[in-house]
Design a protein around this ligand. Structure first.
Ligand SMILES: *Cc1c(COP(=O)(O)O)cnc(C)c1O
Length: 387
């Protein structure tokens, strides 16, 4: 395997592209097309059309008045990505990439999925655009999220259960890259998070930045000032980088990423290489990724996006952990107090907000990115609470 390091796509020392030459060739073409179409007026008009008409954007920035009163600290706003069609932020990136795939002439789309949300979003868009769709999913995750497997099949996708390694998200990513190398002439790999070799982290950020483009405008409209902090959970880092992007230049806005304490890549990881890019990784002495665990399948990944690794290293963003117990509590609190059932992933951000808000003053503001809705997790939580 020859290694090609591209000069592009670096965030400080992180990012880059460390892949076999034949795959590098595919990624270079992808990057050229992305650079071209992201500035293309017709492309952006079409993307905005689907954001509005199909996804239901813009998503509300909702003032959580009850939760704010209960915590008696900062004003809490919820960015409602859970209200998007298919129930999470994933669809933003899927639509961007699928419009790119169409323009590049691909007729087959492949994707990896952890919780099933990215697979469902990809299968949905493939159904609408009439594309052939294959989803790679770890065997363990197909068991944890059996209904999402059926949902993808209903949408016309083929779901491949990956029975290698831990049978989780990381293993599904490995299989998807192997497929891409074998079939790149007809196939577009629609990667679901802000990870992987260049240009994926930049491309996913670009399409997810719609979150903070809207929320920055919305908070200025509602409050006439910027928030003290923006909170988002971090798996690979796509909802978080989308929620942070437009605030990065606002040095007074704290950017806080929340990780599961047993998959705390940005808190406990060290620089390494994973899936063809450099980032902070949970790894052993030989550089093999360590097993991770989270009650939220979507956060169960031993790496994190290169830009998060960089933001952490330069101190621009903070990354904290919460425990499974705190997450379960937050899941129930938001449900009871606001009538909003958040995804277990998003509940990580809510859990930290429950601790942070009371330490702030009542004229400060917190924005929590509610990356997805919790309907998919209700059965799992039922079993956890009743055991
Ligand atoms: C996939 C997913 C995540 C984790 O992925 P990121 O790329 O870190 O955003 C978080 N929340 C929900 C609802 C998801 O579906």
């Amino acid at each position: 395997m020859s290694t090609v390091a591209e000069n592009k796509g670096y965030f400080g020392e992180f990012g880059g592209s460390f892949v076999p030459e034949e795959l590098q060739h595919v990624l270079t073409i992808l990057d050229e097309n992305f650079q071209k179409f992201k500035e293309d007026a017709d492309f952006n008009t079409e993307l905005n059309y689907y954001f509005h008409e199909y996804v239901g954007r813009k998503s509300p920035l909702y003032f959580a008045e009850n939760l704010t009163k209960q915590l008696a600290g900062a004003k809490i706003y919820l960015k409602r990505e859970d209200l998007n069609h298919t129930g999470s932020h994933k669809i933003n990136n899927v639509l961007g990439q699928i419009l790119l795939a169409k323009r590049m002439g691909a007729n087959r789309v492949i994707a990896e999925t952890g919780a099933g949300q990215h697979g469902v979003a990809t299968a949905t868009a493939c159904a609408m655009f009439g594309m052939d769709c294959t989803i790679y999913m770890g065997l363990e995750d197909t068991k944890r999220q059996a209904l999402n497997v059926f949902r993808m099949e209903l949408l016309g996708a083929k779901v491949v259960a990956v029975d290698k390694g831990q049978g989780r998200l990381k293993d599904a990513v490995d299989e998807a890259f192997a497929d891409l190398v074998a079939n790149y002439e007809t196939t577009f790999y629609l990667l679901g998070s802000a990870v992987g070799p260049h240009p994926f982290p930049s491309m996913v950020k670009h399409f997810q930045s719609v979150i903070s483009r809207e929320s920055r405008e919305q908070i200025l409209e509602k409050e006439g000032k910027l928030p003290t902090a923006v909170l988002a959970c971090v798996g690979g880092g796509s909802n978080a980088i989308g929620a942070f992007a437009e605030f990065i230049a606002d040095k007074n806005v704290r950017l806080i990423g929340i990780e599961p304490d047993q998959a705390a890549t940005l808190n406990e990881g060290t620089p390494g290489e994973l899936h063809g890019f450099k980032c902070l990784v949970l790894q052993d002495a030989e550089g093999n990724p360590l097993p991770t665990y989270s009650i939220a399948a979507g956060l169960d990944y031993p790496g994190a996006g290169p830009e998060h690794s960089h933001l952490k290293t330069i101190g621009r963003a903070e990354y904290v952990t919460v425990t499974n117990e705190e997450v379960l509590e937050a899941f129930q609190v938001l449900s009871k107090v606001e009538g909003i059932i958040p995804a277990l992933e998003s509940s990580h951000a809510v859990a930290h907000a429950l601790k942070l808000a009371p330490t702030l003053t009542t004229d400060e503001i917190i924005i929590i990115n509610i990356s997805g809705r919790g309907d998919k997790d209700v059965e799992q939580v039922f079993h956890m609470l009743n055991k």
